[in-house]
Design a protein around this ligand. Structure first.
Ligand SMILES: [Zn+2]
Length: 267
């Protein structure tokens, strides 16, 4: 049987997760797709100024791609933008949060494992990161739901050692156990973080409600810092390493703080 060129082509929606230079003028793209999960493809010639495909395979772009099966790497033959998520690109802080979301997705997924809910979550998150006032809230929501979709949903309702429901007491979060321990079981347990009833209520809300409801939450700076510390510790424990984009976010925050200081001093 003769294979026609049509059989060697496939069409897919994709979000560009990562781009790396390849050869003289090409880019190696890491895509996240609804049907194939994460996959890597080659975009030829896109680093040339006149490339027509280039603009459609920018980082974080949601595109429609026509791809040809290759011997080692599949090759993008046509690309058309569906969403370019411009607001993320215009503001560096929003860009850094999108980097973080993309890096998280990349690290928690293997190649060619379909996970449609995860694709939808990431697509939604890119939209929210473009217009939300509280970007940290978006990331916490994204992390909690991503972890659920990849099998690491933190247990926030009962003690992981004695199974007792956690109610209005101060419990601890144990990254090693993957969730909460009651005060008694958590005593002396290393690497845990205290979780106040209020913090627990926020975490549970974020884990179980839709974003349309969660976006109305008002979380103050210190509560955000606690939530961020908790999620980062758990994620570092799971991945056994830090994410590069965390340093990027921290550097930007410092810069922002530094740029505000002279203004305040002049007053
Ligand atoms: Zn217990």
């Amino acid at each position: 049987m003769r294979s026609t060129s049509r059989e060697r082509l496939y069409r897919t929606e994709a979000i560009i997760l990562r781009r790396q230079d390849f050869g003289e003028a090409d880019k190696l793209l890491t895509l996240y797709t609804p049907g194939l999960g994460k996959t890597r493809v080659l975009a030829k010639g896109v680093r040339k100024p006149k490339s027509r495909k280039g603009g459609h395979v920018e980082l974080f772009t949601h595109s429609n791609l026509l791809i040809a099966k290759g011997k080692s790497l599949d090759i993008v033959t046509q690309a058309e933008t569906i969403h370019s998520f411009l607001p993320i690109r215009r503001e560096l802080l929003r860009t850094s949060y999108a980097y973080y979301a993309a890096e998280l997705l990349d690290k928690f997924t293997g190649e060619r494992v379909e996970n449609r809910p995860l694709f939808d979550l990431f697509l939604d998150a890119l939209g929210w990161l473009g217009d939300a006032d509280d970007l940290d809230l978006v990331l916490r929501y994204f992390e909690l739901h991503l972890l659920s979709y990849v099998g690491y949903r933190p247990q926030l309702f009962q003690c992981l050692r004695c199974a007792r429901p956690i109610e209005s007491e101060t419990s601890v979060f144990s990254p090693r156990h993957g969730g909460l321990l009651c005060p008694r079981c958590g005593e002396g347990e290393r690497g845990c973080q205290e979780v106040s009833p209020q913090m627990l209520a926020t975490l549970r809300y974020l884990q179980t409600r839709d974003y349309v409801l969660c976006r109305r939450l008002r979380v103050d700076r210190s509560a955000h810092e606690e939530l961020e510390t908790l999620m980062r510790r758990y994620i570092i424990y799971l991945l056994e390493r830090k994410l590069k984009s965390v340093d990027f976010i921290n550097a930007l925050r410092k810069e922002e703080a530094a740029s505000l200081t002279p203004v305040l001093e002049k007053r």
